[in-house]
Ligand binder design. Structure first.
Ligand code: ATP
Ligand code: MG
Length: 190
């Protein structure tokens, strides 16, 4: 499979659909949020830096994030395709991803944008707070994450549009429907 960038607001289902896509097309998966949470759990130097940003709903600085991404990408087996979940989140990250892949003679592949209304997003994140107890899933931090998403990340959709690889999928109330639309599209790429 080609590389896939999965894009959307906090709670839009990037992780959930990534798992389904990985299982169907047998590809690599990089979730930058999961990478950071593992560093925090391990008590590493990086984890300590990341925690301050995450707890406040802010983004980790681009330069740091770009280094982590390249290291994680190079550690995966080559040639299977990778799904990027939670990266890029800013224009500089997107430019860096494009450059990093070009240097390796790889392509960005396709971008999948998940569009979900904010009321649904908030309900999902508050529900996840109960189930998983993520420190940043509380109402105050969620609102900050939405703000950061609107200001810093959402404008990237246009960047992908210009690259000619933006594919938008809109939530219509059913996960199965969303998934079958995404699979129908990805099946055409194989
Ligand atoms: P969801 O997993 O439900 O889509 P989310 O997008 O808010 O929600 P993660 O992708 O797990 O969650 O990210 C959690 C936090 O990790 C972010 O709020 C941010 O602080 C940090 N983070 C993750 N990826 C990046 C990135 N590419 N650049 C900067 N910070 C990041
Ligand atoms: Mg996630």
């Amino acid at each position: 499979m080609k590389n896939i960038i999965i894009f959307g607001a906090p709670g839009s289902g990037k992780g959930t659909y990534s798992d389904e896509i990985v299982a169907r097309y047998n590809m690599g998966h990089i979730s930058t949020g999961d990478v950071l949470r593992a560093e925090i759990k391990g008590g590493t130097e990086l984890g300590k830096i990341a925690q301050g940003y995450i707890d406040n709903g802010q983004l980790i600085p681009d330069e740091l994030m770009i280094n982590i991404l390249a290291k994680t990408y190079d550690a995966l087996p080559a040639g299977q395709g990778v799904i990027f979940d939670g990266f890029p989140r800013t224009i500089p990250q997107a430019e860096a991803l494009k450059k990093m892949l070009a240097e390796r003679k790889h392509e960005m592949g396709v971008m999948i944008e998940l569009v979900v209304d904010e009321e649904t997003l908030m309900a999902r994140l508050l529900n996840r707070a109960k189930e998983q107890g993520r420190a940043d899933d509380n109402e105050v931090t969620i609102k900050k994450r939405f703000e950061v998403y609107h200001n810093q990340t959402a404008p990237l959709a246009e960047w992908f549009e210009k690259e000619g690889i933006r594919n938008t999928f809109t939530w219509k109330g059913s996960k199965d429907l969303m998934l079958s639309e995404i699979f129908a599209y990805l099946d055409t790429l194989k």
